[in-house]
Ligand binder design. Structure first.
Ligand code: BTN
Length: 269
């Protein structure tokens, strides 16, 4: 099955990753298999068994990848970064939502993309030229030890092209399409872990010092000042994305002038 799915694609260079990790406590151990149905599902199972914080789960192909609000995550075998990172953050998981998107933003800029071409759509879709290049799914659960565990699930469309995918071509892209050439997935993955690790370590040291993450994430958000539709399951709310709370929730002014505090949802603009 793995051979079919990956055809002539190069697998991740595990040796290079093992040499560089862990970074700031991320990637203390690695689980890799060429095909994993969903790295987040495996991560949640591992927490119920014997996981240690910092565990990184990686794959090259994910036939049942899960997205937010019950969506599926489109699979491009051998061409994406597909990971789940298991953490026990000493701060609220919403900060992981922000710092994961910020860490990927910073890694993409480091890979050669001008920062004006990269943006974050509230709360954590990472865009290049207005098209989605990565999705983040953070899930939490209580471990056997009673601690709060968080799974940071990240999917990045790195190489290949989505131009032939009629359902996605207008709204999604790959890093290679944006750069005009393919890049090493390992380098982007390590840059992401380095940037996320720096934000994580800083907030773990002083869990009340959230202002720097909020400020940096806010600076990269493309959502504020726009008229948007927020989708929350079957519910929709249209309004002006006016501002953020100090916890990163979105303040949306509807057409009747009422300001709603939005804690979760998908934004259409
Ligand atoms: C979204 O944009 O809706 C979030 C997509 C998250 C996809 C990643 S891929 C690795 C990890 N494992 C999963 O099953 N999902 C996340």
């Amino acid at each position: 099955m793995a051979d079919d799915m990956l055809a002539d694609q190069e697998p991740l260079d595990l040796e290079a990753l093992r040499t560089a990790l862990p970074i700031n406590g991320l990637g203390t151990s690695i689980i890799y298999a060429p095909v994993i149905p969903s790295t987040n599902s495996l991560a949640l199972d591992s927490i119920a068994r014997d996981a240690v914080p910092g565990l990184l789960i990686l794959t090259d192909a994910q036939p049942q990848g899960r997205g937010r609000q019950g969506r599926a995550w489109h699979s491009m075998p051998g061409q994406q970064i597909l990971l789940s990172l298991l953490l026990t953050p000493p701060f609220a998981p919403r900060w992981l939502v922000m710092m994961s998107a910020l860490g990927l933003f910073e890694a993409l800029v480091e890979s050669g993309l001008p920062d004006e071409r990269v943006g974050i759509k509230w709360p954590n879709d990472v865009l290049i030229d207005g098209r989605k290049v990565a999705g983040i799914l953070i899930e939490t659960t209580t471990g056997r030890d009673g601690a709060l565990w968080a799974v940071v699930g990240l999917g990045v469309n790195v190489n290949g092209s989505l131009e032939a995918e009629s359902a996605l071509a207008g709204s999604a892209t790959t890093v290679a399409t944006a750069l005009g050439h393919p890049i090493a997935r390992e380098a982007l993955l390590l840059a992401f872990l380095r940037h996320l690790g720096a934000h994580y370590a800083a907030l773990a040291r002083t869990p009340t010092a959230t202002a720097p993450v909020l400020a940096q994430w806010r600076e990269r958000l493309v959502t504020l000042g726009r008229t948007v539709v927020v989708h929350q399951g079957d519910q929709q709310l249209r309004g002006m994305a006016e501002n953020l709370t100090e916890d990163g929730a979105l303040l949306l002014r509807d057409d009747g002038g009422i300001v709603h505090t939005i804690l979760w949802g998908d934004i259409e603009s």
